[in-house]
Every structure is written in structure tokens, then in C-alpha cells.
Design a protein around this ligand. Structure first.
Ligand SMILES: C[S@@+](CC[C@H](N)C(=O)[O-])C[C@H]1O[C@@H](n2cnc3c(N)ncnc32)[C@H](O)[C@@H]1O
Length: 85
């Protein structure tokens, strides 16, 4: 990460970095059933790790379409799970 972003969004604590309270305040946690709930819009980033592994190929395809619609054009999708799509 570039130094200016580290300086802006993190506090250096020893050898580690802690994310700033200003960023933490913007984080909202809520339950979301990927199969049933309405998806948000204009997302900058979707991180979905080891979740779609439980779903059928049809359900996965539907979820990926909804992720795509939920993201801004410049948004990122990050996944650590393997996918066949
Ligand atoms: C193996 S855990 C992975 C948890 C975490 N993402 C990680 O990588 O450590 C799978 C998660 O998928 C969630 N999950 C299962 N079905 C879901 C659904 N329909 N909608 C949203 N989450 C679901 C479970 O609640 C569980 O937390």
C-alpha cells in the first residue's frame, strides 16, 4: 500500500498497522441471506470468502449476477473460494 494511504487510514503500532477509527465508523454489519435478501447497490467492494461453496451451480450463477449488479463499475469482487463460473 502506498505510504500516503497508510498515513491517511492507519496508525502504526510497532511493526503492525491499525485501521483508523474514522474508517471503522463507516463499517456497518448486518445479516444478509445471499439467496433471499435484496442486494445493496453502488458497492465499492464485495468480499465473499468460502460461502458460495455450499450452493448449487444455478444458485452461484444467480449470486454472481447479483454481485455484479451490486457493484459500481469500478468496484472490486474478492473471493478466496474456488469457483467454476
Ligand atoms: C465456511 S463459513 C466462511 C466464513 C467466512 N466467510 C470465512 O471465510 O471465514 C461459511 C459461511 O457462509 C454463511 N452462509 C451460508 N449460507 C448463506 C447464505 N444463504 N447467505 C449468506 N451467508 C451464508 C454461513 O453462515 C457461514 O458463516
Amino acid at each position: 500500500m502506498p505510504d500516503d494511504l497508510k498515513k491517511k487510514y492507519f496508525t502504526k503500532i510497532g511493526a503492525s498497522y491499525q485501521i483508523s477509527d474514522d474508517v471503522k465508523k463507516r463499517v456497518e454489519f448486518k445479516e444478509h441471506n445471499l439467496l433471499r435478501d435484496a442486494y445493496p447497490t453502488a458497492c465499492d467492494m464485495i468480499v465473499c470468502r468460502n460461502v458460495v461453496i455450499y450452493f448449487t451451480d444455478d444458485a452461484k450463477e444467480e449470486i454472481y449476477i447479483k454481485f455484479n449488479q451490486a457493484l459500481k463499475k469500478t468496484g472490486f469482487y474478492l473471493s478466496a473460494a474456488r469457483s467454476r463460473l
